[in-house]
Design a binder for this molecule. Sequence first.
Ligand code: FEO
Ligand code: CA
Ligand code: CA
Length: 734
Amino acid sequence: MSEQHNQHSLVHANIDADDIGHNTSNNPSFDQILAVRLSRRGLLKGGFSLMAASVLGAGLVACGDDDNSSNNNNNDNNNTNPTSLSFTPVAKSLADALVIPTGYTATVLYAVGDPLNNNIAAYKNDGTDTDFDYRAGDHHDGMYYFGLDTSTNKYAASNADAGLLCMNHENMTQIFLHTASEAATARTAAQVDKEIAVHGVSVVDIRKSGTTFQVNKASAFNRRITAATTVDMSGPAAGDDMLFTKYSPTGLQTRGTLNNCANGYTPWGTYLTCEENWAGYFKTNTASLADGKEKTSRNRYGVAATDGSYGWANAMPADDKCARWNITATGASAADDYRNAANTFGWVVEIDPFDATSMPKKRTALGRFAHEGCWPAKAVAGKPLVFYMGDDSRNEYIYKFVSDALWDAADVGKGVAAGDKYLNAGKLYVAKFNADGTGSWVQLTLSNTSIATYTTYTFADEADVLINARLAADAVGATKMDRPEWGAVNPVTGEIYMTLTNSVSSSSGRGVKTALDAANPRYYADTKGTATNKGNVNGHIIRWRETGDNHAATSFQWDVFLFGAQADADSNINLSGLTADNDFSSPDGLWFSQASQGLLWVQTDDGFYTDTTNCMMLAAIPGKVGDGGTKSVVNKAVPTNANADQTVTTYMGKTLATTQLARFLVGPSGCEITGIAETPDGKALFVNIQHPGEDTTSLTDPAAFQSHWPNGGTARPRSATVVITRNDGNKVAV
Ligand code: FEO
Ligand code: CA
Ligand code: CA
């Protein structure tokens, strides 16, 4: 979520947890670092809106004046890495349309409300629809394609014709889920039920149909997991008294998964969904709590919304479904109320898509924070499995989990039982980025004296360290980052990339309250209309290489792969030399193709360059850590430097040519582009268009909605998955 998410709610102002810094620790990272380092193309013209709005599947605009016959590295050999991009970049766009390159076709596969079986009526999209337990949820986000062997109904990683598409439904555009009269009043219990059900995850059986894909509505695999589904707690914190609730007095279960942002997958064929901005959904009395561990923990996690983002706890009748969102202590003990309910969110959740009856499991060994996603390093037989994770709030940290169990390919297909083996025991680390271009991983455990003797919060045991991982990371002086979003592991080099989307705040932003450092080196002013935003406005993408190319290593070398910027910005801002063909702001989604190894996709969730362009997706052929050398960044009038100029030395990748970094897609009005998957042959790309039209504030005049994508006319806009294929049938982008 980003700055754009401020207008979800008609009744209750949404708390944008991404946009609130809760890290008040005095981590020495920047002090140490600074002590050392102070020192259009006009292609989209007439008739565009007309093309942009007609029927489902319209609003898809191909542009570009070149054919793509110059493709020089397309092939079906997975062992050959592309060296350049083959498509013609698309221009920035403010149209209410999905813009893709010439020679490509996009079709809508799965939009909010689409039925998951043949018994559910078609989506009317007028606010009266119900049955979201059997329809696509809202705000499509992270997703993954699991190949399906249709004869055995088992995982078949290489099958490009049939698959189970697992996808997150992060949040909702509340206004479009209700009728005009409902939207104008407080939520009823029935409306809360609907809102709870549009959150969560879809498992969708999809089959190749001609050159694209269709949902197989007859499939028994189709499944919704919502914010009401029963989920097991597993790992070291399962059963901890801080997880006791009236629903599960032993702390072994909870209901639902919430604000499922990005994702991951396991080598044994299960899906990982990650709980990001769960903190704001709860009705709390945190401010009036007595000082103590509970208050310290809630403040550190931003659990502070008076009524909750959507007022769920206030709906009548106040039965358990609604009351469970109120975390005020009302009973005799934690087993009598929901004071601990928020502690059962903020986890990585494992789902077996191949068993529709299996219960999801929250994996507490991977720590509790605002999980963006959970990205696996390549599994190697006999080695631990490693997963990289980001905590997406301003000034939060980057983590990794290293399993105790060693990988055995015989576990493929064993579902959550394999998860019990690999994801319930291991080491959780947090990252420090040093000023000299090195970095280290610090294990979060009571064996670390800084954690054992931390005075801000006294950890009871290792479970407490996991439940309050942010506080443990504070204790060891982890490096505050500019909002870690998605990560991705380069299948060719093993290097890890992670987006740092931006950090802009007059109270806690980079350069304002949080000092600049080598890994987060920019503070500058950017104008948007009459507004001026200051900080790291456009974000960057950091990357690192583990020592010895060992993912379990405790040290690494890092640099910045790309700095976001508008192409016409000062050279101290546009450090990566971006051009009109590839300039971007606020990188968020990030993903390496497996079929075209070394091809990287970057998606944006932006609110700062949106006076010029809607959010977008770019393709890149990256180099490797250290290929660009050092860079001195001159920052003007930095508040944390007494409003003086400040030069920070950083490390960055080489400047990429347009053939190595190019804009592939621009979305419709008001959307973010987030979530990407491919068929294992690299010939079909699945991309999620999240919350088109989300800045719409009134249902009164449908013609005035911010977007009508994808249905066009005066339709309400819908989040949706699109399938993108190349008209010549070859691999996408290379
Ligand atoms: Fe849900 Fe950090 O994006
Ligand atoms: Ca600007
Ligand atoms: Ca995101």
